[in-house]
Design a protein around this ligand. Structure first.
Ligand SMILES: Nc1nc2c(c(=O)[nH]1)N[C@H]1C(S)=C(S)[C@@H](COP(=O)(O)O)O[C@H]1N2
Ligand SMILES: [Mo]
Length: 209
């Protein structure tokens, strides 16, 4: 069995700074490890004035809620250290972010009993869809810092969604809000043949996988 040799290949890298545990066990199937942070955008980087930025939750809620940038920064935030996998096959372990849990954001509204899906929408018109169950209980956050600095525009700054348990296209950059729906609705990449769910541990890359 080749398994042993593959594992051995990674032993020497266990000492890499910040990389605890068994690196191979943390690498989803078909992925390679990198310490790079490539930029992948479907269009130009939008530049929204922070004075005009807001984050809004609408749809199947008792009443929509909207935070200005300053109000958003005043929400309870925390540091998150998470592993990110992109469908282009890179995995970057232990990425360090700061941001607000989706749980905290949803505390601001009362969800309709029919609420089941979140459509994340962004400056630049990108969307992505997620079941509510995939973003609750500490599974997702809206980040405004990466690696101790304000999130750079090309990586989604001023703020982006981060959903570590899904391929990175679900982590909508330049996010401006959530639309809560009863029905699922494929987002930008999901409409173009990418998998509706995108679980990297199940290699859900393309529709039909
Ligand atoms: N608004 C928006 N969000 C987006 C994208 C995009 O084009 N627009 N690209 C997605 C894809 S396909 C990936 S792989 C990641 C890339 O994030 P990065 O450029 O910070 O690496 O952002 C995702 N979020
Ligand atoms: Mo991507």
């Amino acid at each position: 069995m080749g398994e042993r040799f593959v594992t051995r290949g990674f032993v020497g890298r266990r000492d890499a700074p910040g990389a605890g545990g068994d690196l191979r066990a943390r690498t989803p199937p078909g992925q390679y490890l990198t310490s790079d942070f490539p930029v992948l955008s479907a269009g130009p980087t939008p530049r929204t004035d922070l004075d005009r930025w807001s984050f809004r939750i609408e749809g199947l809620v008792d009443r929509p809620i909207e935070w200005t940038w300053d109000e958003f920064l005043a929400l309870p935030a925390r540091d998150w250290v998470v592993d990110i996998s992109c469908v282009t096959k890179w995995t970057h372990l232990d990425m360090r972010w700061r941001g607000v849990s989706v749980d905290t954001l949803l505390e601001g509204v009362e969800l309709d009993p029919a609420a089941a899906f979140v459509i994340a929408w962004c400056d630049g018109d990108y969307t992505t869809n997620l079941p509510l169950a995939d973003v609750l209980n500490g599974q997702a956050f809206v980040a405004y810092e990466y690696d101790g600095a304000p999130l750079r525009p090309e990586h989604g700054g001023p703020a982006r969604l981060v959903v570590p348990a899904r391929y990175f296209w679900k982590s909508a950059k330049w996010i401006r809000g959530f639309r809560i729906q009863a029905a699922d609705e494929p987002g930008f990449w999901e409409s173009l043949g990418y998998h509706n769910r995108g679980d990297q541990w199940l290699e859900e890359r393309y529709s039909g996988d």
